[in-house]
Design a protein around this ligand. Sequence first.
Ligand code: MSP
Length: 532
Amino acid sequence: MPQPSPTDAPDKAFYITTPIYYVTAPPSIGNAYTTVAADMIARWHRQCQQRTWFLTGTDEHGQKVMRAAAEHGVTPQEWTDRLVEEEWQPMLRVVDASNDDFVRTTEPRHAERVRDFWETIRANGEVYAGEYEGPYCVDCEEFKLPGELLDGPGDKQLCPIHNRPVENIKEKNYFFPLSKYSERLLELYERNPTFVQPDSARNEVVAFVRSGLQDLSISRSSFDWGISVPWNDSHVFYVWIDALLNYATAVGYGSDDERFAATWPADVHLVGKDILRFHAVIWPAMLMAAGVDVPHQVFANGWLTVGGQKMSKSTATAIHPSEVVDTFGSDAYRYYFLKAIAFGSDGSFSWEHISAVYTAELANGLGNLASRVTSMVGRYFDRRLPDPGETGLDEDMLASELARTVAVADAAMERLALHEALGAIESYVARINGYLSDQEPWQVAKDDSEQGQARLGTILYAAAEALRGVAVLHAPTMPKTSAALWEMLGAQEQLGDLGDQDLRSAGRWGQLSAGATLTKGEPLFPRLPDDA
Ligand code: MSP
């Protein structure tokens, strides 16, 4: 669980971030994976009626972006403007992300504060001039240690993440004495044991810091696409130490103290496991050097893989999110990636798998359930929700299981076990379906007696009320489906907006009242086209 600190402002927002994405190529489902996860977590907190801030954006400086622009014969600024507008911002709409802000590192609000931040660190005596000589991977934008490289063809050394040759650079640069921070970082991991999660990531980071840190080159002098160093404008800042600062500059660091205090520290930085060290080692050390609080947690998600390898642009295995959303819709897309892959582990995507999950859990599961309940209320009760009447053990169980599902899912979300939260909700949907199969309301309907009709009312009320709980629980993951279900149940007119329903109270049974108007509506999850 991200640990709030006693120094947090009392009304501090829950603040979650994604990495900011390199604008070298269009987005892939690998990039969108972190975005969707962050979005679901943000929406979960909002649904718990917590003030929430969700930030994402783009990382636009450095050699990698500069080279992509050159390959396309345009300036880096033209290139980044084009990719942000045509690809990266639209991707957020494709996956239905509800980010509160979008930061670009080329914006003055960021660049100026980066200069201020490093001036502060320099004034604290934590910058020195030196020379860097060693391997550098432009794809990672990372100075590499010789020991971590792979042997390639000839005498080439390869980056273990990209499997591509590293470049040897020799430059006069400015340095940050990262090696001095080992002890303080280890203390941080000790004091806040969930600072790095999951545990496998934590262990990796602790071992890395224990093995001894090298000082970090913080500027580059052989090209100029970056934020110029204020005390020597023939240098630009190293792209990572510019990029990491987005998390602070976008919420008022150095420009709006009140806003900064009401948002910072970040509760969770979600990152892919390939960029863990930057976030769990360099970033907190930078903040310590500047006297700024460190974030509460860095959580590393796994990779989407193809044939066991990280899906990536460089290996031409990238799939664009639209390709998947066009067939399955954004809700099923979100549900699939968050439920089918254990959050924190790698997962392999396949069209067969997403189709199977869609059909079994969404179309035949939740979709069919909602359609059965609303059509029976339509047929037998002229669309009016019947009175709950006298409940029996089965209804009481359905009610207590809803409360338990809310508690289990919420506890899983505290640990960022998104897949467990969704697993609990899915089991509950299956449970409601099982309840209907056991009770056979279509048989009970044949009994015209007053008692028979009352029993039929009790069953359909219970199923609709259980679905009310599901609509709230699924709102963070499948916002469109939940909104449609809310309408179908006639919940809006009785209970108000879905967004105003406190998720943690969703297990309180009996919120829908008799008389609500149910509507069958369109299927929540239409059958897939044959060629899907
Ligand atoms: N620009 C840096 C991050 C700076 S944050 C201050 C960066 N950008 S990236 O575009 O290369 O990657 C962004 C995120 O996408 C990373 O978290 C990375 O792990 C994630 N993914 C890219 N491909 C991925 C998969 N195949 N699977 C899961 N996530 C992957 O790194």
